[in-house]
Write a protein that binds this ligand. Structure first.
Ligand SMILES: *Cc1c(COP(=O)(O)O)cnc(C)c1O
Length: 393
């Protein structure tokens, strides 16, 4: 049994491409070409060159000595926070911009909630001199002003989504509409392992550089490629997919996925998608999502803007359903405390998304000789105001 995607575009029963007829040509073009284009040696050469010289890879695998002492186990941090633009998202946007160029596309669209994916997209569009339009809910534009400013500075056009709750899902609808109207010259850069096939697989492959590096770095430090545990936070699931990728079918390596419980799983204000979700279709993919009895998508909540997505990628839905990964839900308060702790034990201020993953050590006891790799998915600069307000610093 494999936990990776099958040739029909499914992880177990999850995935597929449930799209309006009018999007079919775009998705089909991508599906037919993404594997051959990305396997081409010239693509691989350009991709790895940019990851090295522009993004700053390989990112270090850092043994967190004081954190390990505190929890009496061996904790390594995979430092995705040190990437250009401050998180793992750039691994994917670099891959997709190179793909878009080879597809002959001259215009890029994207949607963004917190703005991190918008910034990563605007960055690679500036790098390549390609027009960039980012859809963003009007409410999010007001909430995330610094990232809106960054996108504009980078030359992108930020278009407000004015319908519905004026947040991420409405921005996604606008981006889809744009793509339907501009199928020939436009590529849609999706920011996580979500959306219709082939997006979840394509994004997972671009993020797989993370587990590829973990294998060789851990071999050097511990004499084995295999940790006992891999830990990552899950919004849509891309940093977790990258962390797990080369270990998916190696069941000696245990996987832990951390979701945002918000104010508590049963509080009605949460983003614990797997635990609370039911099967349904969101953004073109069959997966687990938070919905009401009659199938209306529930507005998610988390203190972390990058985790409050009502669905989860199909790979993760399958990891949950099969029990391959253990899912742990962490509240706002637990995450904030863990973020402050890492800052003061290791001198690293993590993104609040990542702080959720770090809070696992208060939740679960590990053995002294367990080797754990945790994906430090992003840096906390963007969240400073949140930390300051929360702790009254
Ligand atoms: C966007 C983001 C996430 C959540 O997205 P995934 O696709 O689940 O990885 C997590 N951490 C950081 C730092 C982010 O910017």
């Amino acid at each position: 049994m494999s936990y990776n995607i099958n040739e029909k575009g499914y992880y177990g029963e999850f995935g597929g491409a449930y799209i309006p007829e009018m999007l079919y040509p775009n998705i089909e073009e991508l599906r037919q070409k993404y594997l051959t284009i990305t396997a081409d040696p010239s693509f691989q050469e350009d991709f790895h060159q940019l990851l090295k010289d522009y993004v700053g890879r390989p990112t270090p695998l850092y043994f967190a000595k004081r954190l390990s002492e505190k929890y009496n186990t061996k904790i390594y941090l995979k430092r995705e926070d040190l990437n250009h633009t401050g998180a793992h998202k750039i691994n994917n946007t670099v891959g997709q911009i190179l793909l878009a160029q080879r597809l002959g596309k001259t215009r890029i669209i994207a949607e963004t909630g917190a703005g991190q994916h918008g910034v990563a997209t605007a960055t690679v569009c500036a790098l390549m001199g390609i027009e960039c339009i980012v859809y963003m809910g009007e409410v999010d534009i007001a909430r995330q002003a610094p990232n809106v400013a960054r996108m504009k500075m980078l030359g992108a056009k930020v278009v407000p989504a004015l319908s519905g709750s004026r947040t991420l899902k409405d921005a996604t609808n606008e981006a889809m509409r744009d793509w339907i109207n501009n199928p020939v010259n436009t590529h849609y850069i999706v920011g996580s392992v979500v959306g219709p096939h082939p997006y979840p697989d394509m994004v997972a492959r671009f993020q797989a550089i993370v587990s590829e590096e973990i294998k060789s770095q851990l071999l050097e430090k511990e004499g084995t490629e295999n940790p006992d545990y891999l830990i990552a936070c899950v919004g849509g699931g891309s940093n977790a997919a990258g962390t797990y990728y080369h270990y998916l079918d190696n069941e000696e390596v245990k996987l832990i996925a951390v979701e945002a419980a918000g104010k508590g799983i049963d509080s009605g204000e949460s983003a614990a998608t797997s635990v609370l979700g039911k099967e349904g279709i969101i953004h073109g993919s069959k997966t687990l999502l938070m919905q009401t009895q009659d199938g209306q998508i529930t507005e998610p909540y988390s203190i972390s803007a990058g985790l409050d997505y009502p669905g989860v990628g199909p790979m993760h839905a399958n990891l949950y359903k099969t029990g391959r990964a253990e899912f742990i839900a962490i509240t706002d308060d637990e995450a904030m405390t863990a973020g402050l702790e890492l800052s003061q034990l290791e001198g690293i201020i993590p993104a609040i998304e990542t702080s959720h993953a770090l809070a696992v050590f208060e939740h679960k006891k590990f053995k002294p000789d367990d080797v754990i790799v945790l994906n430090l998915s992003g840096r906390g600069d963007k969240d400073l105001q949140n930390y300051i307000d929360y702790f009254k610093l």
